[in-house]
Structures are given as C-alpha cells and as structure tokens.
Design a protein around this ligand. Structure first.
Ligand SMILES: Nc1ncnc2c1ncn2[C@@H]1O[C@H](COP(=O)(O)OP(=O)(O)OP(=O)(O)O)[C@@H](O)[C@H]1O
Ligand SMILES: [Mg+2]
Length: 140
C-alpha cells in the first residue's frame, strides 16, 4: 500500500480527476493549497536586491492505493497534469503502515476502496490493443 500525494495546477484538475477515475482510483482526498516550488521572484529595492518567496494556488490530491493501482495512478497523473511548463507539480509516493475502515474495522487492502485490478488490467490491454490497431496490426 502506498500513499500517493500529488500537487497539480488547479486548471488541470478536471483532466486529472478523469484520468484517475479511468485508472480505477476511487478513494481520493482533495485540498486547495498554497505552494512554493523553489522559484524565486527578485524584487529590487533602494539598496540591493530582495528575493521573495512567492506562493501559488495549487491542488493537493491524496490517494491511498493498493499495489496494483500505484503505477496506473502515477501514469494517469503524468499524462493529465503535465503542460511542460515550470510549476506542473510533483508526485510523492510513501509506504503506508496501516489502513483501517472505521465503519467495519477492516484493515489494509480490505479497507481500501474495492481493489479491482482486473478492471485496470483490462483497460491497459484495451488501450494496448487500440495502439496496435492504429499502428496497423490486423484485427483478430
Ligand atoms: N520539495 C517539495 N516539497 C513539498 N512540496 C513541493 C516540493 N516541490 C514542489 N512542491 C509543491 O509542488 C508545487 C509545484 O512545484 P513545481 O512544479 O514548481 O516544482 P519544481 O521542482 O519547481 O518543478 P518545475 O521546475 O517544473 O517548476 C509547489 O507549489 C509546491 O506546492
Ligand atoms: Mg517550480
């Protein structure tokens, strides 16, 4: 189990949500955050120069994923959140020690939103099949 935390541009959020949904990720926490990614705005003053740390509006998305969902989730974020400009954000992946569903007392994988690796694999096979067809492979 991994906790995937990603910081993305607010304007990419609709695409990121759709991509995560398509990858089968359903347990999600969203927060509006202010972030700083290392950029430094230089402000000149009367004597010398002052470097200002600017904060930008970002969206933080947190997802606890069982192992089959980790790579599909990362791929979905990369494909949907990237503009190629600075400030596209980051993905942090951390191990999770325990998950407990409060209602039932279920723990770990059983406590995560229904694990449906079959659906993820089916979707991956379908998209590989479509890529093959468009590359000129014969239909079976
Ligand atoms: N090391 C970090 N720790 C925590 N949050 C971070 C870190 N780096 C970036 N973030 C968060 O991600 C947001 C976007 O970061 P950003 O994409 O600017 O990272 P970057 O490393 O400067 O990459 P780029 O060069 O593409 O801009 C930040 O505003 C901040 O919220
Ligand atoms: Mg940056």
């Amino acid at each position: 189990m991994k906790l995937i935390t990603t910081i993305v541009r607010p304007e990419r959020l609709p695409d990121v949500k759709a991509a995560l949904f398509q990858a089968g990720v359903t347990g999600i926490t969203l927060s509006r955050v202010s972030g700083h990614g290392g950029e430094q705005e230089i402000v000149s003053q009367y004597r010398g120069t002052t470097v200002v740390m600017e904060f930008h509006e970002k969206v933080k998305i947190e997802m606890a994923c069982s192992e089959p969902f980790v790579e599909p989730c990362i791929k979905a974020i990369l494909a949907s959140a990237r503009t190629g400009e600075v400030g596209d954000g980051k993905i942090f992946v951390q191990p999770i020690e325990r998950v407990i569903r409060i209602r039932t007392g279920e723990v770990d994988n059983a406590a995560l939103t229904a694990v449906n690796a079959a659906a993820v694999q089916r979707a991956a096979l379908e998209s590989a099949h479509h890529a093959g067809v468009s590359a000129g492979e014969e239909e079976p």
